[in-house]
Design a protein around this ligand. Structure first.
Ligand code: 5MM
Length: 342
């Protein structure tokens, strides 16, 4: 085994530690601006620094968080105490990673489906990230969003998943574990089984494209959605989510792939924890070969963001809110969460 492969295996082992999950703190400039607008805070380099500092200096978060996804700016941004955020994270035994995609673009004929961009010069960019993070980064993350309605065509899925597989190839060639994130969006009024069908078609396509590009599935992590009904319809029972999600995975994923980390996708914080717990229980029941855990953005941060409100005096309370969500999701990863713990 090459040194890079050994490094990637070690990264995967740490990221998928039972009882832990990943914090997605990779909001691009446009997204963080929207999040801050919800607390009437202007997005500046300083306010973004203060917010990430609040999250990433929370005492004990490493007991429930194994990795943190960062955005370009945050990688070598200095935390309040001096070291860069990558170094601050790594010093706690948590693995920092980097979002490599550069957002979505319209396609002239596939609209409203869109394509994720960012492959140009990626090999060079990854080498720069190694330097900028002082070698602390362990993984990359690339997200492609997919609408259930209109039904994605085979050609669209094939093209989008080939792009994602190419990003995975570049990542592995630089010793980074690619976290591949096809996100089937909750937008719309589709039924649970429509989401299930698009999810399994997409995942099957992704791993076929990886094979075509010689990506080793055993050195990847999948970040994807749970199978859910559209957000304009009913709220699904957690047991139905667990059953449908594991069924979709069993129909489409290779058993050599080590783990799946869920995005929250617009579920409420509590709903995301409840559904993760249901997926964990179902995974045990069907003896799934993968580790399942969380890689939430909004479902880990929303309560903390609201509590913080951009004010220094609220830092301790906001950190407590963040730690609570991390801890409860850690329990849900083991299937040991109950709503009464809220
Ligand atoms: C934190 O949000 C991430 C960045 O999104 P943009 O590129 O749109 O700014 C996003 O990729 C995130 O990692 C995943 O969607 C998971 O976040 P949620 O909020 O769905 O759990």
């Amino acid at each position: 085994m090459t040194l890079d492969a050994q490094k990637m295996q070690k990264t995967i082992h740490t990221l998928l530690t039972p009882g832990k999950g990943i914090l997605a703190a990779d909001e691009s400039s446009g997204t963080i601006k929207k999040r801050f607008a919800s607390i009437a805070l202007e997005s500046t380099e300083e306010s973004r620094r203060d917010y990430r500092d609040m999250l990433l200096t929370t005492q004990g978060y490493q007991n429930f968080i194994s990795g943190v996804i960062l955005y370009d700016e945050t990688v070598d941004q200095k935390s309040r105490k001096g070291p860069t955020f990558s170094e601050t994270i790594a010093a706690r035994g948590v693995i920092p990673g980097i979002k490599t995609d550069e957002g979505k673009e319209e396609h002239p004929f596939w609209n409203p489906q869109s394509l994720t961009r960012g492959l140009n010069g990626l090999g060079k960019r990854l080498k720069e990230y190694t330097d900028r993070s002082n070698g602390t980064l362990g993984f990359t993350k690339w997200r492609q969003v997919i609408l259930v309605d209109p039904t994605p065509s085979v050609s669209f899925l094939d093209y989008a998943m080939h792009i994602m597989a190419e990003q995975a190839a570049w990542s592995q060639s630089e010793g980074y574990v690619p976290i591949c994130e096809p996100e089937i969006l909750m937008d719309g009024s589709h039924a649970l089984d429509q989401c299930a069908s698009v999810t399994s078609r997409t995942l099957e396509m992704l791993y076929t494209c990886m094979e075509a590009q010689q990506v080793d599935p055993a050195l990847t992590i999948l970040k994807t959605n749970m199978v859910l009904s559209g957000k304009e319809t009913k709220k699904d029972a957690p047991e139905d989510v667990g059953t449908a999600t594991l069924k979709a995975f069993q129909a489409s994923l290779p058993s050599s792939m080590p783990g799946i980390v869920f995005l929250s996708g617009g579920q409420s914080s509590v709903q995301a924890t409840e559904n993760l717990n249901a997926c964990a229980l179902q995974a045990k029941k069907v003896k799934a070969p993968w580790i399942l855990t969380f890689s939430y953005g909004r479902a880990l941060q929303d309560d903390a963001l609201k509590t913080w409100g951009g004010k220094n005096e609220n830092v301790a309370a906001a950190q407590e809110a963040f730690l609570k969500r991390a801890r409860l999701n850690g329990l849900a990863q083991r299937g040991e969460y109950a709503k009464t713990m809220e």
